[in-house]
Write a protein that binds this ligand. Sequence first.
Ligand code: UDP
Length: 341
Amino acid sequence: MKKTVLVSGGAGFIGSHVTVELIQAGYDVVVADNFSNCDRTGYEGVKKITGREDIPLEVMDFCDMKAVEALFGKYPIDAVIHFAAYKAVGESVAQPLKYYKNNLSSFLNVLEAAQKKGSFVLFSSSATVYGEPDSVPVTEATPRKPATSPYGNTKTICEDILHDTVKASEGRLKGILLRYFNPIGAHPSALIGELPRGVPNNLVPFITQTAIGKRECLRIFGNDYPTPDGTCLRDYIDIVDLAKAHVYAVGRMVEGRMKQDCEVFNVGTGRPVSVLELVNAFEKVNGVKLNYKFAPRRAGDVTAIWADPTLANTEMGWKATRTVEQTLKSAWEWEKHLAGK
Ligand code: UDP
């Protein structure tokens, strides 16, 4: 029997790539999204890539418990992957209530409905929960640090909510937390990718938009960090590799291979890359010159963080496979696709 996976926020950047991988792995997928932060491009792209016209799409808000209950009543949901959330760090500092209200209440509703139905839950957490770690790479056992933004805090709080709920449910609810490092790139088909609204906050969309001429100049925030070239170190994970980690995690849940009722996995490559290295690699692999300059540090940025992905590699059997160069090529192809080039 085919298993059904509900993907909340399934039309967004990560959600659309995960939907593709799940369908290609043989799952039935229900996409649910309120399109508050994306248009239909992602959903239409998923249909094209998979050749499937019949992917159910539910336009709804997960803060609306009645709608969530109706959704769980309508489909035989074996597992839910929860992406539906606001994600702009700066906006969360300016409007904390908007972030706490939306990101927490939608997750609470999903948990309540999943517990009632007996569905597994996969929550999209983030390396942001580690803050500025005392040592790198970080394992899942590395202590979490207080969040530096309300957005980051919602990740920490949702992790705790899942742990507590699973514990109290005495086996009726089980879940996995995936802690993403820096997801970048786009699907190799260039039919889906990241679609930031307005000026991008993240590095790679800013690079591609500068290269295509939408932005004048990339600012590299800080070249005086205590790192080999003075710029920050991150673990950039290819979006398709990251999406595949969800297929492994869902398989682990629905096929009864979990070893604990609530499991945590880092989803990263284990490879630190500096901002400058990433910029240079982008120029080299795509044969384009990037206009960039050094600028002061950005408030809230950590110096260096990368994953120890051993647990995901050995326990889930998942491993990142794509090189930074392949990923930066896919990011550029996507930007060119958007520009109609
Ligand atoms: N960064 C940069 N210029 C930009 C955007 C980001 O130099 O326009 C740097 C940022 O300081 C950090 C790295 O790129 O060191 C990754 O930032 P991003 O916002 O993509 O992800 P984060 O690690 O903050 O979640």
